[in-house]
Write a protein of this length. Structure first.
Length: 158
């Protein structure tokens, strides 16, 4: 798909703007996605000629905005234990990066992070290589197996 010709492929999910980028939360309480499926579905979307990708969160302000977009979902109040996939993924070196959606991956540990207490926990050798944000509270991040399922994913267009 070319976002130059298919300018708006959003699948009906509401678009939100913040500091020149656009965001979208997809999913709901009755559906689940692996990280790989969420990544694929995010990259199948276009808005205003911009290709979608799983969100890379680079500041506390952006995290707060993403949390507000998530809390705007109709099923939010009933989804207290659910998570949303974001663009973080572990490299072979076991450090986490934002997926290389537009160039080389960017290391998470060189900028803003919002890890939950005790996370990331994959350092003990388990297979938790993808990052999800808890949808309530601060939206802190967990590392999960990329094959685990989350009910939501957050798309960024920039």
């Amino acid at each position: 798909m070319s976002c130059q010709t298919d300018r708006n492929v959003t699948y009906g999910d509401k678009i939100h703007e913040f500091q020149g980028s656009f965001y979208q939360v997809a999913g709901g309480s009755s559906i689940t996605f692996t990280w790989f499926t969420a990544k694929l579905y995010a990259e199948m979307r276009c808005f205003s000629g911009r290709k979608g990708h799983l969100v890379a969160i680079n500041s506390p302000e952006e995290m707060s905005f993403v949390q507000s977009v998530i809390s705007d979902q109709p099923s939010y109040a009933n989804d207290a234990h659910m998570n949303a996939w974001i663009g973080g993924v572990a490299e072979y070196t076991s450090s986490f990066v934002w997926d290389g959606f537009c160039g080389d991956p960017v290391k998470l540990d060189t900028g803003y992070t919002n890890w939950c207490e005790g996370e990331p926990s994959s350092s003990n050798g388990n297979s938790e290589h993808c990052v999800a944000s808890h949808i309530h509270g601060t939206g802190c991040w967990y590392d999960f197996s990329c094959y685990d399922r989350a009910n939501y994913f957050v798309v960024e267009y920039n």
